[in-house]
Design a protein around this ligand. Sequence first.
Ligand SMILES: [Zn+2]
Length: 248
Amino acid sequence: MVRAMEFLFDWPEFLPAFERVGKHAGFASEILVETDAGPLVVWRRLGNGRRVYLSAGIHGDEPAGPLALLELMRAGFFACDTDWTICPALNPTGLANACRDNAQGTDLNRDYRLQRSREVTAHAAWLAARAVPDLFVSLHEDWEVSGFYLYEINLGADDPRRAHGIIDAVKPWFPPEAGPEIDGHLAREEGWIFHEAEADVPEGWPEAIFMAKLGCPLSFTFETPSHEAIAARVAAQCAAVRAACRVF
Ligand SMILES: [Zn+2]
């Protein structure tokens, strides 16, 4: 499907660009699996503080997330007292083709239970072998909305200031998506889906459910409106990540 004003993501340039700024910021890379469109790479920088894991690019037609993580890396956002794990481009073949699914037609973000794809099999094994992060943030986009919204999965104490802080930080670019229903879920407030730690489809676990099952106590999934200008979407994702790490 051809979409009007679609932004063309420069996949061949993305990994080299991320490597340049990531190494400069003291991050080390590890290749989890090779694909026909290049490696699936995780970036780590150890720290003594809380463990934060950021993920993007699992849907290949959602470029704002990978670009926001690149921009945050360029901007020197990643503080030294935090233990960082970053997967900026989880679906190399999807990103190369600007398609949601990988080249085999699998939606990787529904594959964390059955793990039929090579990408998710490698990624899930890598995640499960490491200390569970204190915070998981995943960056997505949505073609069917005009505002910003987030999913929160919270295994601990309820604290609405977190979601409010993130939604407020994004308001210069996008209003919170209006309810009462967002992406098939009854919103807790405008822009905010408070989701149980169970998948909507029992066998179709997304990454956020997998992280909750591993015991990650708090996760946010951000969704920016795909029809809007790419610069605003990237800026909104950056603001949301900054706010999530601040309010956490
Ligand atoms: Zn997505």
